[in-house]
Design a binder for this molecule. Structure first.
Ligand SMILES: Cc1ncc(COP(=O)(O)O)c(C=O)c1O
Length: 442
């Protein structure tokens, strides 16, 4: 009998694939059957260089022995333990280890199973926090245009990617949006943080003046917007947001689902940019993508606001069956150990200059209208084909895959975010293939 794990199935109808052109995919499927280190193996037996760390998540690379072993051993020791009114040691240990690498002001961790759930959790904590302090009128949430905060109702309400919102009804009431920070006419081909755009944070003052600070619970932004196609914060922008939030008693949430765990060259973007939010959402790199797990980290001030009623009462009526799941916690601990052993949480900073030069060398190739980068992240924006947006980048995606490289595209933007174990020879391999792909684009 064929091995179910490595042979292609003969019927693809039942699985409704997420964020996928299902009919197109099922006519010409792209199946991955194995992975190791920096490479996937495709069903037709090819090695494919992982230029995207899966979906921005496999920061330690693939099938790393310590993580694999930890999962195997945990599954055979304590497979599941209830998360409500019961505990198990690994969840506490992982929370402590997270706080060890988190920005200094973070001191408590709430576990979830995904980035989307982390966002919902953070938004709910923010609203409830104000209520606990007797400021129950602060219910409004402020997101940002082009923001991505997962796919649940809170996340798409504060999110700003139109296609993710348009067909899903009214969403949450009482939400407003900051403008996005993409200013290509001023900032195109900037290396690292752009010079122009810090003033866009001042739009928060306008929103405060419009609604009243006493109605606003929180502002949520990605410190570096990933899914929309890599938009870096202009110099000084995050600092200004922080100042305005503090001035008006508004909580600042950094959604670090992509930027967490070393992507920019520090454990979190908060440390990289030197701005401390009140809550941080994370997921993805927490377990190097191997097991679904997310977390919300917060400060003593936020946490302690809930610790006031009678001690026998539940303080926060929120949680998931799998919050702090033992196997996920074991994977998380093994992942943090792998990061620490191999210096991966700061490796992006060491490789960034080499990465940046290799990426910006693509300037001048056909249709390339902007290139952006920070840490081990890169984006190449292509001129859309007239009347057929997204088609040019999708063609590049297919061609790259056929040539042995996995990239990710959003609209007509190519995004790159390789595992943090990538070496210089593999960076050369990546940009060698991508250069060929771009040169061949119509
Ligand atoms: C900033 C951000 N927040 C939230 C999410 C949602 O995470 P998940 O897909 O694990 O629900 C993502 C996913 O890419 C993300 O980039």
């Amino acid at each position: 009998m064929a091995d179910r794990r490595t042979s292609s199935p003969n019927d693809l109808r039942a699985f409704w694939m997420p964020f996928t052109a299902n009919r197109q995919f099922k006519k010409a499927p792209r199946m991955l059957v194995a992975a190791s280190g920096m490479y996937y193996t495709s069903a037709d037996g090819r090695q494919v260089l992982d230029g995207t760390a899966g979906l921005w998540c496999c920061n330690a690379g693939h099938c790393r022995p310590r993580i694999t072993r930890a999962i195997q051993e945990q599954a055979a020791t304590l497979d599941y333990a209830p998360a409500f009114q019961m505990g198990h040691p690994l969840a506490f240990e992982l929370a402590n280890r997270l706080i060890d690498i988190a920005p200094d002001n973070m001191s408590h961790v709430f576990f979830t199973n995904s980035g989307s759930e982390s966002v919902e959790t953070a938004l709910k904590i923010a609203i409830a926090y104000h209520r606990m302090r007797g400021e129950g009128s602060r219910t409004r949430l402020i997101g940002r245009e082009r923001g991505y905060h997962g796919v649940n109702f809170g996340g798409i309400s504060v999110g700003g990617i139109v296609a993710n919102r348009r067909v899903f009804g009214h969403l949450l009431p009482g939400v407003d949006h900051l403008p996005h920070t993409h200013l290509p006419e001023l900032n195109a081909f900037t290396r690292g943080q752009p010079e122009h755009g810090a003033h866009l944070a001042d739009e928060l003052e306008r929103i405060v003046a419009l609604h009243g600070a006493d109605t606003i619970a929180a502002v949520i932004v990605e410190p570096m917007a990933g899914s929309t196609g890599v938009l870096l914060p202009p110099k000084g922008y995050l600092q200004r947001l922080r100042e305005i939030c503090t001035r008006h008693g508004i909580l600042l949430i950094f959604d670090e689902v992509i930027t967490g765990f070393g992507r920019l060259g520090a454990p979190f973007a908060s440390q990289f940019y030197g701005v401390e939010p009140d809550l941080i959402t994370c997921a993805k790199g927490l377990t190097s993508g191997v097991i679904p797990m997310g977390a919300v980290m917060t400060t003593d001030a936020v946490h302690d606001a809930f610790m006031t009623g009678p001690e026998h009462m539940i303080e926060l009526f929120h949680g998931y069956t799998y919050s702090g799941n033992p196997i996920a916690a074991a994977a998380g601990i093994a992942t943090l150990e792998t990061y620490a052993e191999e210096g991966l949480l700061t490796r992006a900073a060491e490789l960034a200059p080499y990465w940046e030069d290799a990426l910006h060398a693509l300037k001048g190739l056909p249709h390339v209208i902007d290139i952006r980068n920070q840490g081990l992240i890169g984006a190449i924006e292509l001129e859309p084909i007239k009347g057929a947006p997204t088609k040019r980048a999708f063609t590049a995606f297919i061609d790259a895959y056929e040539k042995g490289l996995m990239i990710r595209t959003t609209g007509d933007i190519i995004a790159l975010s390789p595992p943090l174990i990538i070496d210089k020879a593999q960076i050369d391999e990546l940009f060698g293939i991508l250069g060929d792909v771009l040169r061949g684009l119509e």
